[in-house]
Each structure stands twice: as structure tokens, then as C-alpha cells.
Write a protein that binds this ligand. Structure first.
Ligand SMILES: [Mg+2]
Length: 228
């Protein structure tokens, strides 16, 4: 019996990519306003520094990685001394500009009538700051209180513990957009899985996900069919 539906956050419920692009532009504008004498902060450099930081430290938490990348970008334009203040500006903008996808809120409302809902992310998008306050019975953030990030089995064990599973892991459905971080390890931990395939990519291995949806509008029906 399915009792619980737990969600990945970024690019599943939240359009984080768009928020990062918008927050990056806001940071560049803020630097131009606040430090008119310094060289312009370039979007391309911010992007390149973020990619390089991720490649150098994929195991670190996203805030740390972004902070290190911002330090590098600000150093390029002689603003390393303003890193603390400007990184706080960026992180505040990033949270404020992160919104649920248009199809997310309705799906959560429908599913919330019948199932316990959970939020379990590797990222730092706080549900309450991103338009999803009060939606979830539990929220898990990797790297907080020692929680290992996905795809670690410990992450999914924590999801099951937070869900209070009684009969077994199959009573939890995990919904996410990442095949390698959401679908494959959740299934390995015994959960049911739904792959959110917004881009309509080819399903890597048809036997692994219990359901595939291209929109969260299709999610309530997909979960109901798993729960039947
Ligand atoms: Mg994701």
C-alpha cells in the first residue's frame, strides 16, 4: 500500500535553473550599482566558475560550491573583499526567485488529499522560501545533520525513516527528474519511483522506473495507479 509520496526539489517541483539565471543577472546589476568603478561582473565568468567548482568538488553541498565559485568570480573583478555581502545578496535572490513549476502546486494539492507528502533534496532550496510552505509532512536536506547526499543509500533510508514506514519501502513513492540520483538509487532502496522527464528523453532502462511522466499534471493519476 502506498502511503507517502516524497519529492526531489530542484527541476522536479522547482524551476531552479531559471532562478539561478535570474539571480546571476541580479548580482551583476547589483555589482554595477554598488561598485560602479570596478570592471563588470560577467555572466559567462560566473557560469564558468560554477561549472569548474562543481567539477572540482562534486561531493560538497551546493551552497559551499556556489560560494567558492562566487569568490573566484568576484576576485576576477577585484571584489574579493565584498564576497560575504555579495554572496548573501546572491543567495537571497536565488531563493526569492525560485518558484514551483506551473504544474507542481495542483499536483501537490491533489496528492495531499490522500497521501503523506515529503520533500527530500540534495540542494538548498528551502520549501518555505520557494512557494511550498506548509506542503510537506517532512523535509530532508542533504548535508544537514550529517545526511549523506543522493545517490547514497543512507539518503533513502532517511526518507523511509521520516515517512515512518511500517510495511516496507514500497509504501513510499519517490518522484524526481534525475535518473541517476533519484530513480536508480530510490529503486535500489526498495521505494517505488516516478521519473519526471520534462524533456521527453529516451527512458534509459524501461524496467527501472515504476512510472514516467512528462508533466506533474500526470503525476496524481500515475501515483494512484501505483497505489491501486
Ligand atoms: Mg532534481
Amino acid at each position: 500500500m502506498v502511503t507517502t509520496v516524497a519529492f526531489d526539489a530542484d527541476q522536479t517541483l522547482l524551476d531552479t535553473r531559471r532562478a539561478i539565471e535570474a539571480a546571476t543577472l541580479e548580482l551583476c546589476a547589483q555589482v554595477a550599482r554598488q561598485y560602479p568603478g570596478s570592471p563588470a561582473l560577467e555572466v559567462a565568468d560566473l557560469h564558468a566558475d560554477a561549472v569548474a567548482a562543481w567539477e572540482a568538488m562534486p561531493e560538497r553541498d551546493v551552497r559551499t560550491v556556489r560560494s567558492i565559485a562566487l569568490a573566484r568570480s568576484l576576485g576576477r573583478v577585484g571584489l574579493g573583499h565584498a564576497h560575504g555581502e555579495l554572496s548573501e545578496y546572491y543567495f537571497a535572490a536565488r531563493q526569492r526567485l525560485t518558484h514551483p513549476y506551473a504544474d507542481a502546486v495542483s499536483a501537490l494539492s491533489q496528492l495531499g488529499e490522500r497521501f503523506v507528502l515529503g520533500y527530500a533534496t540534495n540542494g538548498n532550496s528551502r520549501a518555505e522560501l520557494c512557494g511550498l510552505a506548509g506542503r510537506f509532512a517532512f523535509e530532508l536536506y542533504a548535508h544537514e545533520r550529517g545526511l549523506a547526499p543522493k545517490p547514497a543509500p543512507e539518503f533513502y533510508a532517511a526518507v523511509l525513516a521520516a515517512a515512518g514506514v511500517v510495511t516496507g519501502p514500497e509504501q513510499v513513492v519517490y518522484v524526481g527528474d534525475s535518473w541517476s540520483h533519484d530513480v536508480v538509487p530510490a529503486r535500489a532502496a526498495g521505494l517505488r519511483t516516478v521519473w519526471v522527464n520534462r524533456g521527453g528523453s529516451t527512458v534509459p532502462d524501461p524496467g527501472v522506473a515504476d512510472a514516467v511522466v512528462v508533466s506533474l499534471a500526470d503525476l496524481p493519476a500515475a501515483v494512484r495507479s501505483l497505489a491501486a
